[in-house]
Design a protein around this ligand. Structure first.
Ligand SMILES: [Zn+2]
Length: 94
């Protein structure tokens, strides 16, 4: 088993706390990282510039795959989906 690096992060409520690197998730597409504080269980989101991102990755932080995070549906998407369904039903009914 690969030993996990302990990293120090800063919780707005508790100050500096120590976490296993794999308890930190990096979103490089958003240039931010987030973690759950081990003391207050608060979710904290912090900006991550290139240097911070690189350090987190080297330490073993979880890198969220933006490809697998779907964008939220918009009203236009719903309308388009609805129209698509109507077409499908019409096609089915001939
Ligand atoms: Zn905290």
């Amino acid at each position: 088993m690969v030993p996990v690096t302990i990293i120090q992060v800063s919780c707005p409520l508790c100050g500096v706390v120590r976490l296993d690197a794999d308890q930190v998730t990096l979103r490089s597409d958003l240039a931010q990282y987030h973690f759950k504080c081990p003391k207050c269980w608060g979710e904290t989101i912090k900006p991550a510039d290139g240097k911070v991102s690189r350090l987190l990755v080297e330490a073993g932080a979880v890198v969220a795959d933006p490809e697998r995070v779907s964008p939220a549906l918009t009203l236009d998407d719903l309308i388009e989906f609805h129209e698509h369904l109507d077409d499908e039903i019409e096609a089915l009914l001939g």
